[in-house]
Design a protein around this ligand. Structure first.
Ligand code: SF4
Length: 303
């Protein structure tokens, strides 16, 4: 099944798609991926807080809560951070940067709360009113594609699908636009109506510098998503590496690093003879084996 991420990998480099999605070669862990997971978790859980426990000074309270959530998820992902082989000072710098991003994002949340409170709602009612649906999975069997939408906001009947990014630039690139087009398409297929807007919260930036960027959803955007999905399905039917061309760009090797698959492409590193198994396949096999053992035990007790 395709996803915005698999489709964008193919568009960046078909050979990379082959390594990741056909041969299932793992990539190396990256600080950007791990801290992205932690930042997403902290923001998602922020909305699970009961507004009644927040005092009149809600801005200070929410800052403390988001910081504590960040600490909690940072601790819970310690093993992933340990794998990065970074010094404690480097990790601290990333922690502080992530904390600043989340606190900055709070100012957008405060703005939404203030809009609701200016209409006469109490803080608790305003918090409930702006509370989005978080991390929702959408799947289409017809298009054989799935996606997790970070935030679905519905304020006064206007639905907006938003994604959190910790990118260095606040710009809706072609890759991001395609991701948003697929989300809009999946939403429409599921609910029978288009969302009004899709967009990205660029967490490194204040609103005035592109921290919240959106696109109107129209037929063109959804058609773009559908067209690209169909193209990628047609291009990824083969299991033969020859059908996946290398796209040599500065993303293969740069001054301080290289693509995870560089040695396979350019230094003759041999591929494993068979595709590796995904975590999902390993788990499924484990469950099947456990079921078999239980069934055998039950059968021996019956005899
Ligand atoms: S090294 Fe370059 S050509 Fe090879 S998979 Fe990576 S991006 Fe593609």
């Amino acid at each position: 099944m395709q996803s915005p991420s698999s489709i964008n990998t193919y568009l960046q480099c078909p050979r990379k798609y082959f390594y990741v999605y056909k041969w299932k070669l793992p990539g190396s862990p990256s600080i950007h991926l791990v801290r992205g997971v932690v930042a997403h978790a902290a923001l998602e859980h922020l909305y699970s807080v009961l507004p009644e426990v927040i005092s009149d000074n809600y801005k200070a309270n929410l800052k403390v809560i988001v910081t504590e959530l960040l600490k909690k998820f940072w601790r819970e992902n310690k093993s992933d951070f340990d794998e990065l082989n970074m010094t404690p000072q480097q990790l601290d710098a990333y922690f502080e940067e992530t904390k600043d991003m989340l606190i900055q994002h709070l100012s957008l949340i405060f703005e939404k709360l203030e809009t609701q409170m200016s209409k006469g709602l109490s803080f608790s009612d305003a918090f409930r009113k702006i509370k989005p649906v978080c991390e929702k999975e959408y799947k289409s069997w017809d298009y054989y594609v799935r996606g997790f939408i970070d935030v679905i906001e519905d304020v006064d009947g206007k639905v907006r699908l938003m994604d959190y990014k910790t990118s260095k630039a606040a710009k809706i690139s072609d890759a991001y636009k395609l991701q948003l087009a697929i989300y809009a398409m999946l939403y429409e297929l599921e609910h029978g109506v288009k969302p009004s807007e899709v967009g990205i919260y660029f967490l490194k930036f204040p609103k005035s510098q592109g921290g919240e960027m959106t696109l109107k959803v129209d037929d063109e955007l959804i058609k773009h998503g559908k067209f690209m999905i169909e193209q990628i399905h047609a291009s990824t039917d083969s299991d033969n590496i020859i059908d996946y061309k290398k796209n040599e760009t500065p993303l293969c090797k740069w001054s301080s690093g290289q693509c995870d698959y560089y040695d396979y492409c350019f230094n003759g590193k041999p591929l494993p003879p068979e595709p590796l198994k995904s975590q999902w396949e390993i788990q499924k096999e484990k469950e099947e084996a456990e079921k078999k053992v239980i069934a055998e035990k039950e059968a021996s007790l019956d005899n």
